[in-house]
Design a protein around this ligand. Structure first.
Ligand SMILES: Cc1cc2nc3c(=O)[nH]c(=O)nc-3n(C[C@H](O)[C@H](O)[C@H](O)COP(=O)(O)O)c2cc1C
Length: 200
């Protein structure tokens, strides 16, 4: 494992529960792969702009027609995608905000889904163009959702990354974080044990 991409999205930065679980996962991976380089993408501190019509047009623009502004958008999106392409493992922190993934993560996903670059359409349906690699998803939630239809995050992330060709996903849930201290500590202990088991 040469490169690890760490993506966080907590509005509480490194104090966020998902960010702290990300740190534990990263520490465990680094203990086994001390030479691995780490690339960090903090989507809360450094938000990806919402995809709008101008940005989408820039992503599709032909080199000969491309304006300087469009080139800047494309270079930015290329940088985001290159970080994914170069990663041998991805550690992704996913807080639950208002029943879904953080909007910052959605904006990021909107910039790495690129027809002809990270997926392509065929007569048999879409095909992902990214090589598979392990993704550790650290999900932090105030309430309880795992295994229920209310968990909109897990199927969304599976569907989205699967669409790009990444299917080796490992979810760790810390749930019930807003349901009293005992429950919170139990959930965090359980999540820590899961991280250790997954990355051992
Ligand atoms: C703006 C906001 C919205 C939230 N919405 C939900 C929610 O819909 N369901 C839930 O279970 N917890 C919700 N929570 C609680 C968070 O999931 C919980 O605080 C979790 O620790 C967030 O991850 P983080 O600490 O990494 O930011 C919300 C918290 C905030 C700040």
């Amino acid at each position: 494992m040469k490169n690890i991409l760490v993506i966080t999205a907590s509005i509480f930065g490194q104090n966020g529960q998902s960010s702290q679980l990300v740190s534990k996962t990263l520490a465990s991976l680094k203990a086994q792969h001390p030479d691995a380089t780490v690339t960090r993408r903090d989507l809360a501190a450094d938000p990806v702009p919402h995809l709008d019509a101008d940005r989408f047009a820039a992503l599709l623009s032909k080199p000969e027609d491309r304006t300087a502004e469009q080139k800047a958008v494309l270079d930015y999106a290329d940088t985001l995608l290159a970080e994914v392409q170069q990663a041998d493992a991805i550690v992704l922190g996913v807080p639950m905000y208002n029943f879904g993934v953080p909007s910052a993560l959605k904006a990021y996903f909107d910039h790495i889904a690129r027809a002809g670059v990270s997926f392509r359409y065929t007569d048999k349906g879409p095909v992902g163009l990214l090589k598979d690699r392990p993704v550790y998803v650290l999900a932090a939630r105030g309430g309880l959702y795992e295994g229920t239809a209310m968990d909109t995050q897990t199927p969304f992330i599976r569907t989205f990354l699967g669409f790009l060709g990444i299917t080796d996903l490992h979810f760790v849930y810390a749930e019930g974080l807003n349901m009293g201290d005992d429950r919170k500590h139990e959930a965090l202990d359980r999540a820590t044990n899961s991280i250790e088991a997954l990355t051992a």
